[in-house]
Design a protein. Structure first.
Length: 126
C-alpha cells in the first residue's frame, strides 16, 4: 500500500504546483494594466530525495516594460510616456491552458490510483 501512498503524494504535489502556477498566471492577467507591473514566473524542480514536484523560487520577468503615451496621466514623464506592464495576454492565456491541462492530467492520475487502491482492498476482503 505504500506504493499507492507514494503515487498519491507525487500526484498531489503536481496538482499543488500547477495550482500555484495558475494563481500567479491569474495575478499577471489581473495586473496587465497596472503601470510598472512585472510578470511573475514560476519554475518547477524535483524535490530533494523525492520524486515529488516542488515549486521553485518566484521570479519577475525582466523583459522591458511597455512604454505608453498618455500625456494626461499623472504618471507620465516630460515626454508624455509612462511605463506599463510587461504582461502579454497571449502568453498568459497559453500558459493558463497548459497549467490547467497539467492539473487535469494529475487529477486523472489521482483518481486512477485511488480506484486501483479501492479495487485492491476489495480483492483482499474476499
Amino acid at each position: 500500500m505504500t506504493d499507492f501512498a507514494d503515487a498519491l503524494s507525487v500526484v498531489s504535489s503536481g496538482m499543488q504546483a500547477q495550482a500555484t502556477r495558475l494563481r500567479h498566471i491569474s495575478e499577471n492577467i489581473a495586473n496587465a494594466d497596472t503601470p510598472g507591473y512585472r510578470r511573475k514566473t514560476v519554475s518547477f524542480a524535483e524535490a530533494m530525495r523525492s520524486p515529488e514536484v516542488a515549486v521553485g523560487p518566484l521570479r519577475l520577468d525582466d523583459a522591458p516594460l511597455s512604454r505608453i503615451y498618455d500625456p494626461g496621466n499623472p504618471l507620465s514623464d516630460a515626454t508624455g510616456h509612462f511605463d506599463g506592464s510587461n504582461v502579454d495576454m497571449l502568453i498568459e492565456i497559453a500558459d493558463a491552458r497548459e497549467a490547467q491541462r497539467s492539473y487535469d492530467a494529475n487529477l486523472k492520475m489521482f483518481d486512477q490510483v485511488r480506484q486501483m487502491s479501492t479495487d485492491l482492498l476489495d480483492l483482499l476482503r474476499r
